[in-house]
Design a protein around this ligand. Sequence first.
Ligand code: NAP
Length: 250
Amino acid sequence: MGKLTGKTALVTGASRGIGRAIALRLAKDGARLVLHYARSRDAAEALAEEIAGFGIRPFLVSGDLSDIANIDAIVSQIEDQIGGGEVLDILVNNAGHLLPDGPEAGESSFDGLVAVNLRAPFFLIQKLSVRMKSGGRIVNVSSGLSKMALPSAMLYGMTKAGLNHLTLSFAKEFGPRGITVNAVLPGIIRSDMSAWVDSEEGARIASARSVFARVGEPADVADIVAFLASDDARWVTGECIDASGGQFLV
Ligand code: NAP
C-alpha cells in the first residue's frame, strides 16, 4: 500500500515535463490519477497506458486553459468520469507556459500569461474546491522567478508571484476544512520549457546555477509535490517551497 492509496489526484499539464513526472510519482504512491492535457493528446494517452501498468487506469481530461470556457468544460469532464460530490483529494496546478516577455511585451503576452499561469489555477481551485474532500491537498507549481528580478521574463514572474499569493490566501480559506494549499518554486528544470539545457553549453550554465552542480530534473520537483500531497505534510500550509537545488542562495 502506497502513501496515496485511495486518493484521487488531478494534475494539470500532465502530458509533458514536470506534470508528467508528478503524475507518475503520485501514481507510484498509489493515487488514482486524472491527467489533464491541452495539445499533447498522444503523450497523455501514452502516460495513461504507462500508469495503468501500475494497476489503476487514469482518467483523461483536456482543455486549453487560455480559454476561460474550458475551465467549466474540464470540471464537467471530471464530474462525468469520476462523479459529483466530494471526489477529489489532490489538485496539482502545474500547467503553465511562456510567451514573448519583457518590459516591452504586448497585451497578448500579458493576457495569455495571466490566463494560463494565474487565472486558470484560481478558477480551477474555486470550482473544484467543492469537489474536494476534507484533508485534501492543493499544490501550485510556481517558479523561483516569482522572487527574483529578471526583466526579460517579468510577466511570467508576475503571474507566478500572483500564484504565490493565491496559495497564501486559499490556504487560510480552506484551513478549516483541513485542506492544505502550498506552492513549489522550481528553478531551471530539464523540460520542453527549458529545452536550452539539453545543449552542452546550456547544461553547463544550468548546472552552475545549482549548489548541487547538476541540472534539475522533473522528478526532483515531483518528489517534493508528492510529500506535500501526502499526510506527512498535514501541518504545512500557505508555504512557497523552494524546489531549485539551491539556485537562489546568495
Ligand atoms: P512543459 O514541458 O512546457 O509542459 C507544460 C505543460 O503545461 C504541458 O503538459 C502542457 O500541455 C501544459 N500547458 C501549456 N500550455 C497550456 C495551456 N494553454 N492550456 C493547458 N495546458 C497547457 O513545461 P514544464 O517545464 O513541465 O512546466 C510545468 C510547470 O513548471 C509550469 O507551470 C512552469 O511554469 C513551471 N516551471 C518550469 C520550470 C522549468 O525550468 N522547466 C521552472 C520553473 C517553473 P500540452 O502539452 O498538452 O499542451
